[in-house]
Design a protein around this ligand. Structure first.
Ligand SMILES: Nc1ncnc2c1ncn2[C@@H]1O[C@H](COP(=O)(O)OP(=O)(O)OP(=O)(O)O)[C@@H](O)[C@H]1O
Ligand SMILES: [Mg+2]
Length: 251
């Protein structure tokens, strides 16, 4: 049975889509898993933007309107993962999400892992997503407002019998307002990854290529690759200096 993992947060802009794009790419590329990523954040969709698929003529909105099937709108990304983006058009803002669980369930039958990008809201898209996923990862930034909002989202996620795998602390820095131990204590959940503040992430978005591909040796990329390994129970071997040097010169 495929794993269906929702990537949640309470506050917007903390790095959910970044996590879906990089984690999905690494699971497919580094660990050989058959991965589908789905943008269920239809009110603020951006997975397509992160991956250069935002002008796809067909997307999740067409599927939810019953105009096409999910197989018409799901396409393979260069990283090896499959992507179902949502529309970025203002006119598509309102859409009926009730078909979302069935769409995700049908997709999951052909994949090992489905990652679902979610909205940081309490609206219908989030409510229907709760019915569609079996596991959840909570993303937060290391500051009190993000952590408090993520704590509330984590509670809602677990109230829906979704197994919470843990917390990804994204944009971590040497000097941050909350320590990891404070975050774990407040949230009552383990931190499963700490992704540093890293320019490679922004550059990846600018060039529509996840950082794990464009800058595979950046600190953020290594963190996402390790998380991917942990999720599938395999170790990601951090490349040593000489290995990185060999790769850089194409050996
Ligand atoms: N580790 C990081 N280092 C540097 N910048 C980052 C990092 N993670 C995310 N960002 C920046 O933060 C921005 C927001 O990230 P992202 O789109 O993944 O957030 P989100 O939680 O999906 O937002 P929304 O709630 O609007 O869907 C990105 O455009 C990127 O520039
Ligand atoms: Mg997002």
């Amino acid at each position: 049975m495929a794993r269906i993992i929702g990537i949640f947060s309470g506050k917007g802009g903390v790095g959910k889509t970044t996590t879906v794009a990089n984690l999905g790419s690494s699971l497919a590329h580094d660990f050989g898993k058959k991965v589908a990523t789905i943008d269920a954040n239809t009110s603020g969709s951006s997975l397509g933007i992160h991956l250069g698929m935002h002008f796809n003529p067909v997307n999740l909105n067409n599927v939810l309107k019953g105009e096409i099937t999910e197989w018409d709108a799901l396409s393979e990304h260069g990283s090896g993962m499959w992507v179902l983006p949502a529309s970025i058009k203002l006119k598509d803002y309102f859409v009926d999400h009730s078909k979302l669980p069935d769409v995700i369930s049908r997709i999951s039958k052909r994949f090992d892992i489905v990652l679902v990008d979610t909205a940081p809201t309490v609206g219908s898209e989030t409510a229907w997503t709760f019915n569609a996923v079996r596991e959840g990862i909570i993303v937060t930034n290391p500051d009190l407002p993000s952590v408090i909002d993520s704590l509330k989202m984590a509670k809602r996620v677990s109230d829906h019998s979704i197994k919470v795998l843990g917390v990804v602390v994204n944009r971590s820095k040497k000097k941050q307002s909350m320590t990891n131990s404070d975050i774990e204590k407040l949230m009552g959940l383990p931190i499963i990854s700490e992704v540093p503040e890293d320019k490679s992430i922004e550059k990846g978005i600018k060039f529509n290529v996840p950082s794990v591909h464009l800058y595979p040796h950046s600190k953020a990329s290594i963190a996402f690759k390790r998380l991917a390994g942990d999720i599938v129970g395999e170790e990601f071997e951090t490349p040593g200096f000489l290995q990185m040097f060999r790769r850089r010169i194409g050996l």
